[in-house]
Design a protein around this ligand. Sequence first.
Ligand SMILES: Cc1cc2nc3c(=O)[nH]c(=O)nc-3n(C[C@H](O)[C@H](O)[C@H](O)COP(=O)(O)O)c2cc1C
Length: 202
Amino acid sequence: MKKYDSSKTINNNDLSTIIEAGRLAPCSLGLEVTNVVTITNKELKTKFVEEVISGSNQEKVQDANCIMIVAGVNPEHLVSTEFLTKRLERNIIQPDVLKITIDKYQTFLTQKENLFAFVSEQAHIVTSFITLQAADLKIGSTIMGGFNVKKCNDLLSQHCFFDQTKLHSVLVLALGYYDETDEKRRLPRVRIGFNEFAKIIK
Ligand SMILES: Cc1cc2nc3c(=O)[nH]c(=O)nc-3n(C[C@H](O)[C@H](O)[C@H](O)COP(=O)(O)O)c2cc1C
C-alpha cells in the first residue's frame, strides 16, 4: 500500500536521529543484543532488494531511500563470556563480582527456552523505536520479516564487518518519504477498532 518517492533523500541528521532512537531503545537485562546496518548506497541497495527481498516486497521498497537491517546476536555468542563481559563490565568494576554476575547470567540465559526468540523480541522493540522516530520526522517505513536471511547475512558479510558467527539478520526495514501523489497513499489504514483493541479499566 505504500509507495516511496525515489527523488527524496533522508538527510544525514535525520538518519542519525532515527538510528539513535534504536540505540536508545529499552532492552532486557541491559544486554543490548541488536545492531543496525543501514544501506544508503544506491547500487548496493538495488542489489539487496533484488537478491534478499522476496517477490511482492521488492516492489514496495525499491524506491525507498535506504534499507536497514536489524541484526541480533546469535544465542551461542549471547551466552559467551566474551559478550557478557563486554556488556556487564560497563557497570561492574570488581573482577570477582563481574565473574559471579556473568555466571548468573549464563545460568539464567541457558535456561531460557528459546534464545533466538529472546533476541528477536529485542530487535522488534528497536525496530519500533526506529520506525516511530522516523514517523515523527515525517519519514515513512516498511517493516519486513519476509526476506532471505541467509542471503542477507552473506551480503552483509561481504560489505561490512558482519560476523555471521556472532550475528544474524532479524528484520529488514525500508525508509523514505512517501510518494504523496500516489492514490493508494490516501487509503485509510485497515485496523481493528479502538474498543476491540483496547479496554480501559477505570
Ligand atoms: C514484524 C513485522 C513483519 C512484517 N513483514 C512484512 C513483510 O514481509 N511484507 C510486508 O509487506 N509487510 C510486512 N509487515 C507489515 C508492514 O510493515 C506494514 O505494517 C504494512 O505494509 C501495512 O502498512 P501500515 O502499517 O502503514 O498500515 C510486517 C510488519 C511487522 C510488524
